[in-house]
Write a protein that binds this ligand. Sequence first.
Ligand code: RAM
Length: 360
Amino acid sequence: MKLRQTAGLAVPLVMASVLLAACSSSGSSTSSSSAGTSSSASGSSGSSAAGSLKKGLKVFIIPKNLGNSYFTTADSAKSGGAIAALDALGETGTETSGTAATPASQIPAIQAAISKGANALLVSATDPTALCPTLNAAMKRGVTVVTYDSDAPTCRSLFINQASTAQIGTSEIDLLASQIHDTGDIAIVSAAASATNQNAWIGYMKQELAKYPKMKLVATVYGNDDPTTATQVTQGLLEQYPNLKGIISPTTVGIAAAAAVLDTAKYRGKIMLTGLGTPDSLKKYVADGTIKSFELWNPANLGYLAAYAAVELASGKISGAQGQTFTAGKLGSFTVGADKTVLLGPPFVFSAANINTFNF
Ligand code: RAM
């Protein structure tokens, strides 16, 4: 396993990818929309630089929810995400989902994408149990299904994982332990109770806690990737557990909401907060001492890699079997690992020392 990306190495890597993303975002792509979808088509023809990849594929990108800046970055052309990759390959990329991170909100968007003739779906699963009947039916009809960010293991050909699930879970506990001197009550502010990614990370957090006998997980609460709900459940924790020493929020929406709650004289510097957040949303909380350090990967690179993987599959160049390799444009070569999973890379750790060099 690769070691976690250190701050010193992370900065040039991300700066390079930001520059590359800026270069590749020209052309016809648009990526933001208030109407629920955004799309682009390069319309180019002729042979692809990548060889025998098909062109003109209809690829729908279906995040957990719209209006979540993490997914806007992962999916859009402007940020160098999935639609940027699809533009470069000559496909049509469309982002669509509901506004709530729930299966009730996401499934109609999946069904509409299938009705519109999708060749491939890129899905971050709100709830694998609820989504799989629809996704399995689509696969039977020849639609390529790739999950990214949050998996649905029984109804996709590949999962594009942002970072090792074990590494994210264990490192979150280690980060908080270092901030609370290995001692005290802690709680988790998660996303949805049905989210595959958060649940898998929390599983590893619980295992890692065995190394810290003086730390006790007193509650896991769910903010559903909704700012209002995440604020309310964080406030509820503070009322119910007056001895709380630390919170982990492994969701970009949850950690930003929890940070706003803790950013008062009463809590700042007394209850530690870490988790998974975007640097741009947390810079002010790092600057004022509400947050010492937290983690994430580059969401745009996650979407970009997922898009290449979907096109490779839909073109019949790979089947998703372990050991197959493919090239994802500027990100280079990737190999399919166990459980039909492709790993983007190790997460970055952000702190006051490096956060201002990141802009996503
Ligand atoms: C939220 C979503 C997403 C997760 C990030 C860290 O935006 O829950 O699935 O990967 O946080």
